[in-house]
Structures are given as C-alpha cells and as structure tokens.
Design a protein around this ligand. Structure first.
Ligand code: ADP
Ligand code: MG
Length: 380
C-alpha cells in the first residue's frame, strides 16, 4: 500500500469519515554543510522521494486530533502552550502553536499520519511531519503564509514546543526543495538558490546508506556542539562563525586557546567554504568533481567536529574503496546515514561492499538505496 493510501485508511479508521485532502512533505539528505545552519552558514540539502503524508479533515468540535500509523490512538488537544502536549503529538501541537504565535489562525482539524521516512536516522522525519501538517493547515485555513516564512514557523515548533534545539536546515529542505535540484540555502538571510542536480544526466547517483546504528547521546552532544560554536564566536567577537572566512581561519585559531574550540571552529569555517565550492562546481556542471569535497567534509566531521561513529566511518571507507568519488555522513551525527557519490551502475556493488564491511566488523546490517531529488511539501 502506498503511503498516501495508508494515511487515507488510517484517517478513516481513526475518525470514521473521509479527509478533506492529503498533504505530503519529504525527508531530506544534506549533500554538504553539516552543523553550519545554526552558525548562520550555508547548507545544500535535497528532498528525498520518501515522504510523510498527512490526511486532514475538519474537526467537529474546535479541537485538534492527530493519529499516526505508528501510534493509532489519536492525541487530542485544544489551544495549548509548550509543554502541554508531550510525546510525538508535540510536533503537531507545536505547529498549531507556532502558527498562532506568528499571528495566524490555523483551522481545527483531525489528522492521520503515515510515513516512509525512517525515524531517527538523520533523514529528518520530524521536519517531514511538521512540514506536512503546516502545509495542510495553511492550505485548509486559506492562511497567507509566504513560502519563505514557513520553515522558521516549523522550526519554532520543534525548538520551542518540542524542545529540540535544531537549526533551520531540515524544515527548509522539506518545504522549499524542488525535484531535480539541490537547495542552496543561506541560513542567515534565508536566501535560496535552486541548484540543478541531475545526477542521472551525468551518469552518476547518490547512494544513501542507513548505518542503522543506534543513536546515542544525540541531544546532549548536539547541544554541546552548539555551545562550543557560540563560545568561539563570542571569543572571536563575531555574531556567528559564518563571519569567519577560511582566509581568516589561522588568525582565528590563534585567538582560541582551547583545543576543542579550535577544532569545532575549523570544522564550521572549512565546511561553509566546502558548501560554496560544491555549489560552484554544480553550477559549472562538474558533478563528479564534488566528490573530494564530500570526503573532506566527512574527515572534518570525524576529526574536528567529532560527531561520527564507527559505523559511519566504516561505511565511508568501504564506499570509497569500492570506487565512490566521495562519501560522507549526512545529518546531525552519532549514527544516521552516509551518502556516496558513485557511477550510476555501481549502486549494487557499493552497497554490497559496505554490507560486507559491516559483517566483518560485526555491525547490524546497513540499508542502502539510490536517492533521487524529489519535490518539497505540498497537497497531493
Ligand atoms: P529525525 O528527524 O532524524 O528522523 P528526530 O528525533 O528529529 O529524528 O525525530 C523523530 C521523532 O519525530 C520521532 O521520535 C517521533 O516523535 C516524531 N515522528 C516523526 N515521524 C513520525 C510519524 N510518522 N509518526 C509519529 N511520530 C513521528
Ligand atoms: Mg529531526
């Protein structure tokens, strides 16, 4: 059954009636630019074909209800403040709250969710959920919320209602990505550029490898990385690490006495430059040439930002040994997925090589697939 059919069936099962419509929002992979979003820097995600579908219809009594195929018993709430709805329903209550907080009046609705985005794998199922619900509320309520404002509303739901201190990357990708393109986003100005990303035309593919490694200490480590970046920016006297260019890096590192702060800063500054270099190559149609930048990004995440785990390092090494042009972990870290830039006809061979390396190391088997850049959130 397709995800849309599942959402439809879940709606009927939960509420005994038909929804007014179906809205979908995708998960994403970040091609390059990791942990740069909350440093006011640059990111380059593309949307996955895997998406979260929300079947949505009017509510009879002015409350909001939401059920998921993963949690079929509906969660029901009225107008709430952060903290009142907890658990997974907080992502939805958060979107309602954030819309109201931004001065909009979202309609009371009943929602059923189905998703094919793996949860907690760094492919951003949380943003897919928020973006599907947000888009449905905006459409059904006829709310005049311009596309460029929407990611920040969904992000506020996650930051202030759910309480996860994430940057703007995930929601921007889920809402603003376009099929066949990567989204070059400036996380300070929210300016975007849709970058042509037609891998098939270049005879190439992106293999996504889910390490299936259990996420450990993710929230605490993420918060610690953010704090180090803020501390470094304060010492350097800049609003954010985005304001340090690679040419200024040696002098900046001299001023940061602490070795950990130096490493964190070096990752952010060089990673921003790698995004800019990747965009320049893609604009010039030099897709294969971005490979070394991807691998350099991984090395930087492993050695300087220290957010990789053995499973992702092994996947990168195995993919490169199998002939990938470049490979890196994608997503916040401590597990999650790896992407590898490969010749289009090398997907199976590369996936097999990674799986063999996992067997050798005694890791849980990985899951791999070829990712094609899909569309952003919308009614289906
Ligand atoms: P990621 O965004 O990388 O997948 P997160 O921890 O940010 O991981 O978000 C995962 C959380 O989002 C889940 O624990 C759950 O609370 C919520 N979520 C996402 N998709 C669904 C869904 N289809 N049904 C219920 N909850 C979901
Ligand atoms: Mg998330």
């Amino acid at each position: 059954m397709s995800t849309a059919s599942e959402a439809l069936a879940a709606f009927t099962a939960a509420y005994g009636t038909e929804p007014a419509g179906l809205w979908a929002a995708p998960g994403r992979v970040n091609l390059i630019g990791e942990h740069t979003d909350y440093n006011d820097g640059f990111v380059l995600p593309f949307a996955l074909p895997q998406r979260t579908v929300a079947a949505v219809g009017p509510s009879p009594d002015g409350t909001w209800s939401v059920s998921s195929t993963l949690a079929p018993e509906p969660v029901t709430f009225g107008v709430t403040e952060p903290g009142e709805v907890t658990g997974w329903g907080a992502y939805v209550a958060g979107v309602v709250w954030a819309l109201r907080d931004a001065g909009f009046e979202p309609p009371a609705v009943r929602i059923a969710i189905a998703s094919e985005v793996p949860l907690g794998s760094g492919l951003s199922s949380s943003a897919a959920l928020e973006s599907a619900v947000l888009t449905a509320l905006i459409d059904l309520g006829g709310l005049d919320v311009p596309l460029e404002r929407r990611p920040a509303i969904a992000q506020r739901a996650e930051n202030l209602y759910v309480g996860a201190p994430t940057g703007i990357l995930d929601q921007s990708a889920s809402i603003r990505c376009e099929a066949g393109r990567a989204l070059f986003l400036d996380c300070r100005s929210y300016a975007i550029e849709q970058i042509p990303f037609d891998l098939a035309a270049a005879g190439l593919a992106i293999l996504v490898i889910n390490s299936n490694a259990p996420h450990q200490h993710v929230d605490g480590e993420y918060g610690a990385r953010r704090k180090s970046c803020e501390e470094s920016a304060a010492i350097l006297g800049v609003p954010a690490l985005r304001d340090v260019g690679v040419d200024e890096l040696p002098a900046a590192l001299d001023r940061l006495g602490d070795d950990v702060l130096r490493k964190r800063t070096r990752h952010i500054v060089t990673e921003n430059q790698r995004v800019l270099d990747t965009v320049a190559l893609l604009r010039a149609g030099k897709v294969r040439e971005i490979g070394p930048l991807l691998t350099a990004s991984h090395d930087s995440m492993r050695d300087d930002f220290e957010i990789t785990v053995a499973q992702v390092d092994v996947a990168v090494q195995a993919a490169l040994a199998a002939g990938a042009y470049g490979a890196r972990m994608t997503g916040g870290g401590f597990g999650g997925c790896v992407l590898a830039l490969i010749d289009a006809d090398r997907a199976e061979v590369t996936a097999d090589a990674v799986a063999a390396a996992y067997t050798e190391h005694g890791f849980t088997a990985p899951t791999s697939w070829v990712a094609v850049a899909g569309p952003g959130a919308g009614k289906i």
